[in-house]
Design a protein around this ligand. Structure first.
Ligand code: HEM
Length: 172
C-alpha cells in the first residue's frame, strides 16, 4: 500500500474539487447575479471579499492542489522528458500545465483584483456614505475584469480536469 500517494491524491483531488467547483459557481452564477443587482450586488461583492474567508479559501485550495499535484508528478515521472512518450504521461502533463496556468491566473491576477476591491471597500466604509461615482465605476470595471479572467481560468481548469480524468486510460 502506498500511503504517501494515497494522502497526496486525497489532498490533490479534495482541494481541486473545492477550488474548481467554487470557481465555476462564482463565474457562472455569483458574478452575473452581482452584476444584475447594481449597487446591492457591489455590497455583496465587497462583503465576500472583505468579511468572509473567500480569498484565503481560493488561494489555499488552489495552492494545495498544485503542491500535491507537483509532488505526485515528480514521484511518477522524476520530471524526465521520456514520461511524455506515453499517452498517460503526455495527457497528464497537458492537464498539469493547464492546471498550473489556472493557478497562476488566480495567484497573480485575480489576487490583485480582490486586493483592489478590498481597498476600495475600506475607503467607502471610512467615508461613511455610498461610493462616489468613480469608485462605483472602478468597482464595476474590476468586476468585468474578474469575469473575463474567470472565463480564461475556467477554460484552463476544464482542460486540467479533462486531462487528469482521461490520462490513465490513454495508451500509446
Ligand atoms: C485545476 C487543477 C487540477 C485538477 C482539478 C486536478 C484533478 C485531478 C484528478 C481528479 C486526478 C485523479 C485522476 C485519476 O485518478 O485518474 C488527478 C490526478 C493527478 N494530478 Fe491533477 N489536477 C489538477 C492540477 C494538477 C497539476 C498542476 C499537477 C502537476 C503539476 C497535477 C498532477 C496530477 C498527478 C501526478 C495525478 C496522479 C495521476 C495518477 O495517480 O495516475 N494535477 N488530478
Amino acid at each position: 500500500m502506498n500511503i504517501l500517494m494515497i494522502i497526496l491524491r486525497i489532498v490533490h483531488i479534495f482541494s481541486g474539487v473545492l477550488w474548481v467547483g467554487a470557481a465555476f459557481f462564482n463565474v457562472m452564477f455569483v458574478q452575473p447575479s452581482v452584476r444584475a443587482s447594481g449597487a446591492d450586488g457591489q455590497k455583496v461583492s465587497q462583503y465576500m471579499v472583505q468579511k468572509t474567508r473567500l480569498t484565503s479559501y481560493v488561494y489555499g485550495t488552489a495552492t494545495l492542489n498544485i503542491l500535491a499535484g507537483l509532488a505526485m508528478y515528480y514521484i511518477l515521472s522524476g520530471f524526465r522528458l521520456s514520461f511524455l512518450r506515453s499517452g498517460y504521461g503526455l495527457v497528464l502533463t497537458i492537464g498539469a500545465l493547464a492546471g498550473l496556468i489556472s493557478w497562476a491566473l488566480v495567484i497573480f491576477m485575480v489576487r490583485d483584483i480582490f486586493g483592489r476591491m478590498g481597498a476600495i471597500g475600506k475607503l467607502i466604509q471610512s467615508q461613511g456614505g455610498p461610493p462616489t461615482p468613480e469608485q462605483a465605476s472602478e468597482l464595476q470595471a474590476l468586476g468585468v475584469r474578474l469575469t473575463s479572467l474567470g472565463n480564461y481560468g475556467l477554460f484552463f481548469m476544464a482542460i486540467a480536469v479533462l486531462g487528469m480524468s482521461a490520462a490513465r486510460y490513454v495508451s500509446f
